[in-house]
Design a binder for this molecule. Structure first.
Ligand code: KG4
Ligand code: ZN
Length: 373
């Protein structure tokens, strides 16, 4: 990578700890402790490099569950001391945002939508270490909503979804929906809020009610899936996608008013995080961007979900620009942080701007539009 070698350690964050039983973080911590050394050694072996060859070590230190983060940070500090290498603490969401620059030469500043199992946020990326937060979720993250509804639908009981995560299962189920009906229409989310804040709890609860009512009316056995689940999944995916597109459109209009991107050759929206793997969402965002003189870019799917490469890449970019590097004699200063906002907040500024958008007519979302909307 441009001549620099930075070891990036993937340290599981909040939502992944939930996968390992987030209610039992010590279990997640044991899991990390057991695997961290073999995983690091195996990656060096596969890359055919030694610790001595490295320029620096990058490690996630924020935000996330302290018990999990501390395993990686402690191990990284140990390696830094042992091999006398500088340490680079990494913000998990900053790394998601910047991965796109590894695959494509995207110039600063760009707009970024990060959607995962633990986050939903819109930010302007001005530089490697300079972010402005335009909006974030006030309750659930979209991946969390997908996971919970897939579980509530019991999609795992169907062999074709047995090994899929919630988002994948709902996306695939939605694809099998022949015709979208009005039976499972979801209300427009946060329609009256002229901001870039997200909320997914309402749509999740509406979906739960739809499922419960349908199960009761059909007197369905406990382990059976409602027969028209594809229709529910299509409407659920459509509702979430519309919400993401609306908030992204307002973010674009806010940036245009402020002339944030006036000097860039190509105005870009980067979409990343696990939920960005969803092709339907990605197409809708690309179509929105096409209508607004922007280009949407999604990193390859394996780089959208959590991975160690994104941490290493953030390390490379920071190392090249010498931003946030800790020499060995200062590594004790590096903390682990449970919460850490991405950059400076412009959330209130967006609210104060009170931008009323005329919603773009996104072709793929037309079947989900209701009369007058
Ligand atoms: O970024 P990620 O790997 O982990 C964090 O949450 O940080 O994202 C995992 C989330 C899960 O909630 C999963 O359901 C969602 O990404 N996801 C998807 C898809 N693939 C993964 N959501 C919607 N559509 C998908 N195809
Ligand atoms: Zn993530």
């Amino acid at each position: 990578m441009r001549g620099n070698k930075v070891l990036g350690e993937k340290v599981h964050t909040q939502s992944e700890s939930i996968l390992f039983g987030g209610v039992l973080p010590p279990f997640a911590q044991d899991f990390h402790r057991k695997h961290i050394e073999p995983v690091v050694e195996e990656s060096l072996k596969r890359a055919n490099v030694n610790f001595e060859d490295l320029d620096a070590i990058a490690v996630t230190n924020r935000p996330g569950i302290n018990l999990s983060l501390s395993v990686g940070v402690r191990y990284a500090k140990h390696l830094a001391r042992r091999y006398q290498k500088p340490l680079i603490p990494i913000h998990h969401m900053e790394a998601h945002a910047l991965t796109a620059r590894m695959e494509r030469n995207i110039e600063f500043p760009f707009l970024c939508l990060l959607i995962s199992g633990g986050h939903s946020l819109l930010a302007i990326v001005h530089d490697v270490d300079d972010f402005s937060l335009l909006g974030e979720t006030v309750d659930d993250a979209p991946g969390e909503a997908f996971d919970k509804i897939a579980r509530r639908l019991k999609l795992r009981n169907l062999p074709k979804f047995e090994h899929k995560n919630g988002g994948q299962a709902i996306e695939e189920a939605a694809l099998t929906c022949g015709a979208i009906t009005d039976k499972y229409k979801f209300p427009l989310l946060m329609a009256r809020h002229r901001d870039c804040q997200f909320s997914f709890a309402g749509i999740k609860n509406s979906a739960k009610r739809f499922i419960q009512n349908e199960e009761l009316s059909l007197n369905l056995d406990a382990d059976l899936v409602i027969p028209d689940y594809p229709d529910l999944c299509a409407n659920f995916l459509g509702g979430i996608t519309r919400h993401l597109c609306h908030k992204t459109q307002r973010a674009i209009e806010f940036c245009e008013r402020k002339e944030i991107f006036k000097d860039v050759k190509q105005k870009t929206l980067v979409v990343s995080g696990g939920v960005a793997c969803n092709d339907f969402i990605n197409i809708a965002l690309s179509q929105l961007c096409g209508l607004m003189d922007f280009k949407a870019y999604r990193p390859s799917k394996k780089l959208c979900t959590d991975n160690g490469v994104m941490i290493a890449w953030n390390g490379v970019e920071r190392f090249e620009t010498q931003k946030g590097i800790y020499p060995v004699d200062r590594i004790d200063e590096i903390p682990t942080l449970n919460r850490c906002m991405l950059g400076k907040s412009l959330i209130d500024e967006v609210k104060d701007a009170g931008i009323s958008c005329k919603w773009a007519k996104i072709p793929i979302l037309q079947p989900f539009r209701r009369a007058g909307k």
